[in-house]
Design a protein around this ligand. Structure first.
Ligand SMILES: [Zn+2]
Length: 268
């Protein structure tokens, strides 16, 4: 009990919320960072809620992610209102972390998306294998998550599917710098990347309200899933799966939620 209290007090002192720390759990003290959750056995997704009281939503939540996106049952977004996802990503020096759960690229301030008159700042992006979301019951080889946060603390994640195909030189810049051991970080001041080159040219997306796919499974995360995948080679996929054979949370119930589809997403 006192441990939880101290952690909360520490977060308060640092001016952080529990939700805020969960998206960058490699560098800040939080239950998500210190509790030994994982993807297999007694630390796997079915047990997350039992590992810490902070992870209760992983079991009790009704708006959890990922979900199976059934394209035949989506609704169109209102053209005049929400039907736009503006992406304004700036170049950043490559800063990579192997946090033991995934490879995460931390982003410098100044990049953001705008949707439904809200600005969400890009914090980091990271990878899952296989994909967490499914489309019409099918998984992709991998999924990339761009994690954003608004000034008010709301989260928005843009998901991009990766499928086996052509070698991807943009991904390779990142892959060449992957730290092999959990906890290792690699800061390359002279290697500049831009997250936008990992987005598909066609920006039609599906959107719904969900959660983080890792503990504490916090809800009210806006999801934007690009319908068009990007291609990466089988060798590039293998390089990730050597380190992370399976870091995808299983599909969650849709419950009362509706998935919307953009009709005219902006290309930037
Ligand atoms: Zn993710």
């Amino acid at each position: 009990m006192s441990k939880i209290f101290n952690r909360r007090r520490l977060l308060k002192l640092l001016g952080m919320t529990a939700l805020g720390t969960s998206v960058s759990n490699c560098v800040t003290p939080s239950a998500a960072a210190t509790t030994n959750w994982g993807y297999i056995g007694k630390q796997g997704p079915e047990y997350w809620a039992k590992l810490s009281p902070d992870f209760e939503l992983c079991y009790t939540g009704k708006r959890q992610t990922p979900i199976d996106l059934q394209v035949s049952s989506v609704k169109s977004l209102d053209k005049n209102n929400q039907d736009l996802l503006v992406v304004k990503y700036q170049p950043t020096p490559l800063n990579l972390i192997n946090n033991g759960k995934t490879i995460q690229v931390n982003y410098q301030p100044g990049s953001f998306i705008e949707s439904d008159r809200q600005i969400y700042h890009l914090l980091q992006f990271h990878f899952h294998h296989p994909s967490e979301h499914h489309i019409n019951g099918e998984e992709y080889d991998m999924e990339l998550h761009f994690v954003h946060r608004s000034q008010a603390g709301d989260l928005a994640v843009v998901g991009v599917f990766l499928k086996a195909g052509d070698f991807n030189p943009n991904l390779q810049t990142i892959w060449d710098a992957i730290p092999q051991k959990p906890g290792e970080e690699n800061r390359l001041k002279d290697t500049i990347i831009n997250a936008s080159i990992l987005l598909p040219a066609e920006r039609r997306f599906l959107t719904y309200s969900g959660s983080l796919t890792t503990p504490p499974c916090s809800e009210n995360v806006k999801w934007y899933i690009m319908e068009t995948p990007i291609e990466v080679s089988r060798e590039q996929i293998a390089k990730f799966t050597q380190l992370f054979p399976d870091n995808a949370r299983p599909i969650q119930a849709l419950n009362q939620r509706v998935v919307f589809e953009s009709t005219n997403a902006e290309k930037t």
